[in-house]
Write a protein that binds this ligand. Structure first.
Ligand code: ADP
Length: 460
């Protein structure tokens, strides 16, 4: 059943306070009963003490004592319950109310209550029996007083408690309602604040209460989540702006080139050069779109990596062959240094080839003609280490930490004047992440760069 949390809290508080009220009522009743009983027993005890004091300390003869007691107590004990026997069980005295038969009943048993006192119907007695010693003689004294007043007080108290029950229940419900409202107040204000947040004001943060409790922790956690969403939104906006900018540049180049070419009749050579330039821009654009699509698919987790045994030595050799013509065209010395061991790893061969291609492409683009680019593959501490080195333009320490960010390009003019989109290394890093490895880079402006990654060696 889907009961709202506020109702649940109210019911919880209500049950708790009702139960506490009922327990308190029972406890007070019990305590009152015990106090009244204790009071009556105390009174009886005092009366027996008084009686003992009045007997003094002389040794009484039985008849004399009986006569004395009848003389002394006959008048003043009216309304009292009192019985006295000697240690032999012989009757010495019983008050008018204590009398159960006339003449005197036979001797009661030696110990305990003498003859049970009989209260009139509808009335109750509280009795106390005690032995007292007077001049070496033991006397059994049994005394009673009416318990009617205590019973009446208890009955009255019980009635008052019953009258209080509805009051307690109503108060418990009200207190429950109030407390649940108060407890859920901060939650309601969090809900109100969260409802006002949308994609246009993602930088808004919830106010955090100074109390270090679960609710301030909740606000804090929501704020952290907002921070993450905000930063992803920001990077998506930056990405969209960068992507539009990167696509607009080649498009406007193509358009301008076309407009100029179509302005006047041109020679076939002119058209050919213009078309070649436009083709180069189109190739650049499709490469960019390709990378963007790839990153979008990675972000959407739509790319499944398939691990299989791959010989990285073979991949490096293949890559070196593919880039040989380009290197020659750029007047670069492309070197391959692969150890003779087999460089087997578990990897997604397509993705690893793509990562290597990005690194070699960068090395060739950022190395001026006359320079060299080297591909290395070796085994080191059970890992296959792949390194792409060049003696190109290098990277400044300020740019190094950011070159793996999407669309980031080093700020130096030598970097900016070369074509590029700043997406290659972002892709390479994603591929490395998928293989649970990292690409390390070591570079110095003007001296060259060294990009390296390693994978655990696989022994079939
Ligand atoms: P781009 O398409 O701009 O090359 P990348 O993401 O591949 O994008 O590289 C990001 C930036 O890192 C490049 O713009 C460049 O400034 C720098 N970079 C990458 N590789 C090298 C390298 N081998 N030598 C010098 N700079 C490099």
């Amino acid at each position: 059943m889907n009961v709202p949390i506020r109702l649940r809290l109210t019911l919880l508080y209500f049950s708790f306070f009702s139960l506490a009220g009922v327990l308190l009522a029972f406890a007070s009743l019990l305590l009152l009963e015990r106090s009244l009983t204790a009071l009556m027993l105390h009174e009886l005890d005092e009366r027996i003490d008084d009686l003992q004091a009045s007997l003094g300390s002389r040794a009484w003869e039985t008849e004399l004592l009986r006569a004395e007691l009848i003389r002394e107590y006959r008048l003043k004990d009216e309304g009292k319950w009192l019985q006295i026997t000697s240690s032999q069980g012989e009757w010495l005295y019983y008050s008018a109310r204590g009398r159960v038969s006339d003449p005197m009943p036979p001797f009661p048993s030696a110990a305990g209550n003498l003859v049970p006192f009989v209260a009139s119907p509808g009335h109750a007695l509280r009795t106390l029996s005690r032995d007292v010693v007077v001049a070496g003689q033991i006397y059994h004294i049994s005394m009673a007083i009416s318990a009617d007043r205590s019973i009446a007080i208890l009955a009255r108290f019980r009635k008052d408690l019953w009258l209080l029950v509805p009051l307690v229940l109503v108060s418990a419900a009200l207190v429950g309602h109030f407390l649940s409202r108060k407890a859920l107040g901060p939650v309601r204000s969090i809900i109100t604040e969260v409802r006002t947040i949308n994609e246009r004001n993602l930088s808004t943060r919830l106010s955090i209460a100074s109390t270090a409790d679960e609710l301030s922790l909740l606000s804090h956690t929501i704020n952290e989540m907002l921070e993450r969403i905000d930063s992803s939104f920001r990077s998506v906006r930056v990405l969209t702006a960068n992507a539009s900018h990167e696509l607009r540049t080649p498009l406007s180049l193509i358009r301008t080139r076309l407009e100029i070419a179509l302005c006047f009749p041109r020679t076939p050579e002119y058209y050919r050069t213009a078309l070649e330039e436009m083709l180069a821009e189109a190739v650049r654009m499709s490469g960019l779109i390709d990378n963007l699509l790839m990153l979008a698919r990675y972000d959407a987790s739509a790319v499944q990596i398939r691990l299989s045994p791959v010989d990285l030595g073979l991949v490096l050799t293949k890559e070196a062959h593919e880039w040989a013509a380009t290197a020659e065209c750029l007047s670069l010395d492309l070197q391959l240094d692969v150890t003779m061991e087999q460089l087997w790893v578990l990897a997604d061969s397509d993705l690893v080839e793509r990562m290597l291609r990005i690194l070699v492409d960068n090395a060739c683009r950022y190395t001026p003609s006359g320079g060299w680019v080297r591909l290395e593959g070796k085994v080191c501490q059970n890992r296959v280490v792949v390194t792409v080195l060049d003696n190109g333009i290098g990277i400044t320490p300020q740019d190094l930490p950011r070159i793996f960010d999407r669309f980031y390009r080093a700020q130096e003019p030598q970097h900016q004047e070369r074509p590029g989109s700043g997406l290659g290394l972002a892709l390479a890093r994603w591929i490395a992440d998928q293989h649970k490895t990292t690409i390390t880079v070591d570079s110095e402006l003007g001296s060259g760069s060294r990009f390296e990654f390693s994978l655990p060696q696989f022994r079939p």
